[in-house]
Design a protein around this ligand. Structure first.
Ligand SMILES: [Zn+2]
Length: 397
């Protein structure tokens, strides 16, 4: 196999899985030890101190790509021993520059315990994960909660029931974090962006649907969906990978997506923040960020639910005249529960989270969706989630 095709295939696969990953809100902050942070990790330029990147031409710098094979036999190439020079070479490689073959050093994953070792390398900032699949199924699952047991090889053995339960649990915890935000402050900050009148109308129940429509289109124009375009020239940047964010480097960002613009030869960064103020400041987000933000605003004055579609999307619902009204902040669309069906999506599990509990709302968005998820144990997960939220918020009226 030629070098080019060897490198391209996993990248194409990674782009496919990336589509799914992009949409999701962030799981809780991974727990990690700061004592193993290496100096080399700090060589990666921070988004605040962006600099143009003269790519290294030195022939003695290798790009150590670690080959990881998942149980599904999908192979991923992760950039190991991360530093600025290696990342630059990698960016060069991905934007089509030819690199002397001796600069590329491939290491096969012969780690005795891949999950533990790769997770530890990622957590210490030494690993760039080039695709979402190894990150979500391999690293974050180890960081956040054990999804199922481990086989002898250290590869996690998935258990559908545990996945559903732990996913519900993850979103409950996230909702609890959202509820602890200073909502008044969030409101003020957003007001500074979209204008006072736009938000003021949202306070009243009167003509709320109409106010929501106005807010939706205004919000969308001020908080555009982040598609990975270069912030300097607007060209589509090349996605390089995910990297853990060092403690204190950015306020409560769980990880950083690194992009490289082939035109400007500059790195660009998309921080996946867990808190709202940096999202408002950066005005960069996808459905995860914007659903959390609009949930927080609307829930200040009206019963509001956070709606998670397990596949790849997140939005909210606001109660208007005893009815849960759909609101998609990325699209600026109100009251169109057929929207996702019209997109051609096939729903399997859609769950609503709010202070009073958890509800399976699949049927409201996807006709027959309930029948497509044999073995997912959604009912049990919903009961478990309800217990978590009731324990936190009590039985509110
Ligand atoms: Zn550019």
């Amino acid at each position: 196999m030629s070098l080019t095709s060897f490198l391209r295939l996993p990248f194409l696969l990674s782009l496919l899985s990336l589509q799914i990953y992009y949409a999701f809100p962030l799981p809780p902050l991974p727990t990690r030890s700061t004592s193993i942070l290496s100096n080399s990790a700090n060589e990666i330029p921070s988004p605040i101190h962006r600099r143009s990147t003269p790519l290294p031409s030195s022939s003695n710098t290798s790009v150590p790509l670690l080959t990881l094979t998942l149980p599904s036999n999908q192979q991923y190439h992760l950039l190991n021993s991360l530093n600025h020079t290696k990342l630059s070479l990698f960016a060069q490689l991905k934007t089509g520059s030819s690199i002397p073959k001796e600069n590329l050093q491939f290491t096969n994953s012969t780690l005795s315990s891949p999950q533990v070792e790769i997770t530890s390398s990622y957590n210490s900032g030494n690993l760039l994960v080039t695709s979402s699949t190894p990150l979500t199924s391999f690293i974050l699952s180890q960081n956040i909660h054990q999804r199922g047991s481990m086989s002898d090889s250290g590869i996690p053995v998935y258990n559908e029931k545990n996945v559903t339960r732990s996913t519900v649990e993850t979103y409950c915890r996230r909702l609890i974090c959202l509820e602890s935000e200073d909502k008044e402050k969030v409101w003020k900050e957003v007001e500074g962006v979209v204008g006072r009148e736009c938000l003021e109308n949202l306070k009243s129940k009167h003509k709320l649907k109409k106010s929501l429509q106005h807010f939706g289109s205004t919000f969308k124009s001020h908080f555009p969906y982040y598609y990975g375009t270069c912030s300097k020239c607007g060209c589509k940047s090349e996605f390089l990978g995910f990297k853990v964010t060092e403690e204190g480097e950015e306020m409560k960002s769980s990880r950083r997506e690194i992009y490289f613009c082939g035109e400007c030869r500059e790195f660009d960064f998309f921080e996946r923040y867990n808190t709202l103020l940096p999202i408002i400041k950066s005005r960069r987000g996808r459905c995860g960020e914007y659903s959390m933000l609009t949930y927080t605003l609307l829930s200040l004055y009206h019963p509001t639910r956070w709606i998670i579609d397990w596949n790849d999307h997140v939005w909210i619902e606001v109660e208007i005249e005893d009815e849960w009204i759909h609101f998609d902040p990325c699209e600026g669309i109100v009251d169109d529960k057929d929207l996702y069906r019209k997109w051609g999506k096939v729903g399997k599990v859609v769950v609503a989270f709010w202070r009073k509990g958890v509800e399976d709302v699949t049927g409201e968005y996807f006709e027959g969706g309930e029948e497509r998820r044999k073995g997912e144990e959604v009912e049990e997960a919903v009961v478990l989630g309800g217990d978590i939220l009731r324990e936190e918020f009590g039985d509110e009226e």
